[in-house]
Design a protein around this ligand. Structure first.
Ligand SMILES: [Fe+2]
Length: 227
């Protein structure tokens, strides 16, 4: 498998490229509109065809590259069916799967940060978007966020994966690249070490986070696939 992790500095967003070595088909997870030239360059250098762009959820902090990638490469835009985004090509649900060559990308519905959050499981890796972050998790005070729902999603859909599964988050604000399910299950500050659902809800209620900077631009744009 070909794997690459991109980083967009302004919103500290990670974008992932996965591709099949045989068929040269590729998928991008959470592409950012300002970074398209970087994606195009890697696709060209590696001789890859972009088949899909996947968004883990409707982002509030950056604009997705979905629409521009579709126009440039003819790839399909993939989102969860609860996203409320009409311009997608494929609407997935829990346990839906996308195939690129010999790689199966399995969707796991992980709502709570938003009501359409999806994590993707691929060969010993899980791409968690903003559901589970390294030593943290996505906020639950906007976009139909719900701390109790997020707690259940993370426990049922992510912590149930083997401990050695590599966690690739949608963001990291401290330079972290990845974690593992075992590390987060044991040591995540908000969820680790067997924290109860009520403890988690209390932590999330007391975060007092500022209003998301780009939400008023990013949300309407992302509901139109980034147009
Ligand atoms: Fe988010």
């Amino acid at each position: 498998m070909i794997f690459h992790q991109f980083f967009e500095k302004e919103s500290s967003t990670y974008t992932y490229l996965l591709a099949c070595e045989d068929t040269r088909e590729a998928v991008l997870i959470d592409p950012v509109v300002s970074e398209i030239e970087h994606y195009a360059q890697l696709l060209a250098v590696k001789n890859l065809t972009l088949a899909y762009s996947l968004d883990t959820h409707v982002h509030a902090d950056h604009v997705t590259a979905a629409n521009q990638l579709r126009e440039k490469f003819g790839c399909k835009t993939v989102l969860h069916r609860n996203s409320g985004v009409a311009c997608g090509d494929i609407f997935i649900t829990d346990k839906s799967a996308i195939r690129i060559g010999d790689i199966l990308v399995e969707a796991r519905y992980t709502p709570g940060h938003t009501n359409a959050c999806t994590s993707y499981v691929v060969e010993g890796m899980v791409f968690t978007g903003d559901a589970l972050l390294i030593d943290g998790c996505g906020r639950t005070d906007f976009q139909e966020g719900n701390a109790a729902t997020l707690y259940d999603s993370i426990h049922q859909q992510i912590f149930s994966l083997p401990d050695e599964t590599i966690v690739y988050p949608g963001h990291d604000y401290n330079g972290g690249l990845s974690s593992t399910v075992g590390q987060e299950r044991l040591h995540n500050a908000r969820l680790g070490n067997g924290r109860s659902k009520q403890e988690f809800i209390d932590i999330m209620q007391k975060l007092n986070l500022p209003y998301p900077k780009k939400i008023d631009i990013a949300l309407p744009a992302n509901k139109a696939c980034g147009k």
